[in-house]
Ligand binder design. Structure first.
Ligand SMILES: C[S@@+](CC[C@H](N)C(=O)[O-])C[C@H]1O[C@@H](n2cnc3c(N)ncnc32)[C@H](O)[C@@H]1O
Length: 432
């Protein structure tokens, strides 16, 4: 079977027993290919385009490693779908401990060479933890089965002075707070498994990445964080800086759901909640790491990252026209997949969906509140949940920032004070 993901071909069937579509296998003999991760691969290309274009990685060769490569499709997509002037600068390595993975990936590379950077892919067979420490990498991608924690320290140590690290996790039961013991064991945190648990999970993982970076005199700053069905992924800029690493504690703290008045006032005083009257209290707020919390209190999640989870400049570069021109192909009647026009159209839509709302959210990624509209309606005991679009419109009219968020539930982010959010909610309700 020949398959097209984005604008890149992959042969899955020459040794079909070695190719498994779907997340069902952990059998290391088999080569893993999961179409549900296509969106994550597309976002990785968009991110690379922006970062390379911004000059952050300098102007010469860029050493990138797809550390747990499986089918190698992510690395092949980088080379095939990035603009030529960028792909030609990339020196990409795929690494996997599964020999079959490396063989199939290189076969695909020879059979469907990238449009650019034709001699720019090499491989390393073996355990990532011993395979990457011999040089500094500008781009490291860690996409494991389950938790990335076993790879984190090595990945951080392998980075060049200025680099990008992309980390996925699929142990979502732990990071959404439902597997409490696994969460505590791997990440040293607790998460209230409420509707904000996905955001809290991203923040707990980010706190672990940042702590690991600080241990190696580096500062990690999130540029894109996404929870996408069965996995979560955080991309960070990592820079060598003892000074910045020393300031890490300011970015760590706690999330309290249903906070009391004292907690809300303290959060406002720390600049973690926009100032507002406390006539009505918000659904949740952040508190600094130094705040005395009772770790048995079920309302408390953390320790977690309390600073923004993304970078607005980076996120604003996720433009639909760009992703379509880079990561899709036009229908041609003689295509190797035997797809019809509709199949091409469906792939185009999948690609566009993978970046939905990222640009929207870019302007407000620093907003203190992530509001789930269903929760807001029940918290305030109003009839029907407001439309997130309507809330954004009203809050913007009032002079505050608000934007739809790339979150798995209907939601928006805003920097408006709580009073303004409640006033806006009331405006969406039909008159009694
Ligand atoms: C979830 S898959 C990676 C998916 C891939 N990044 C993609 O986008 O399709 C995890 C891969 O990590 C490999 N792996 C697991 N432990 C490893 C280790 N310690 N060193 C190198 N590879 C490892 C497995 O063989 C498997 O191919």
């Amino acid at each position: 079977m020949i398959h097209l993901e984005g604008a890149t071909l992959i042969q899955l069937s020459d040794k079909i027993e070695n190719h498994v579509i779907g997340p069902s296998t952990k059998d290391y003999e088999k080569v893993f290919y999961n179409p549900a991760m296509a969106g994550s691969r597309t976002r990785s290309i968009m991110l690379m385009k922006h970062i390379i274009g911004s000059g952050y990685l300098g102007d010469s060769e860029i050493y990138a490693i797809d550390g747990l490569a499986a089918s190698g499709l992510r690395a092949r997509r980088w080379l095939n779908e990035l603009p030529p002037e960028q792909a030609n600068r990339l020196k990409v390595t795929i690494c996997d401990m599964n020999e079959n993975s490396i063989e199939r990936a290189m076969e695909n590379y020879r059979k469907y060479p990238p449009r650019n950077g034709k001699d720019n892919l090499s491989y390393r067979k073996g355990d990532l933890r011993s395979a990457i420490l011999d040089q500094g990498w500008h781009w490291v991608d860690i996409d494991p089965f389950g938790s990335p924690m076993p790879f984190l320290d090595t990945a951080i140590q392998s980075l060049a002075k200025k680099a990008i690290l992309e980390i996925s996790a699929t142990d979502t039961a732990a990071l959404a707070g439902s597997s409490k013991t696994a969460l505590m064991r791997r990440y040293g945190a607790r998460i209230n498994p409420d509707n904000l648990a996905h955001d809290s999970g991203l923040r707990v993982l980010m706190a672990c990445i940042a702590r690991s970076a600080a241990r190696h005199d580096r500062f990690a700053e999130p540029i894109l964080s996404v929870w996408d069905s069965h996995h979560l992924r955080i991309s960070v800029k990592v820079k060598k800086s003892v000074e910045k690493a020393n300031e890490l504690e300011k970015c760590l703290g706690w999330r309290v759901s249903e906070p009391n008045e004292r907690e809300v006032i303290d959060s406002m005083e720390e600049g973690l909640t926009p100032r507002s009257s406390t006539k009505s209290l918000p659904m949740h707020c952040f508190l600094p790491l130094s705040y005395p919390v009772n770790r048995e209190d079920k309302r408390i999640s953390g320790p977690l990252w309390i600073a923004p989870l993304g970078d607005s400049k980076v996120m604003s570069s996720f433009i639909e026209d760009d992703v379509v021109s880079m990561c899709t192909t036009e229908f041609s009647p003689k295509n190797p997949m035997n797809w019809d026009k509709r199949d091409f159209e469906l792939e185009r839509r999948r690609v566009v969906r993978s970046i939905k709302n990222i640009k929207n959210e870019s302007e407000i990624i620093e907003g203190e509140f992530l509001i789930l509209t269903d929760d807001l309606a029940s918290w305030r005991n109003v009839g029907s949940p407001p439309s997130p679009n309507k809330m954004v419109e009203i809050i913007n009219e009032k002079g505050f920032k608000a934007g739809l968020s790339h979150y798995p539930k209907p939601s928006f982010r805003t920097n408006a004070p709580w009073d303004v959010i409640i006033e806006s909610l009331e405006q969406t309700q039909p008159p009694i």
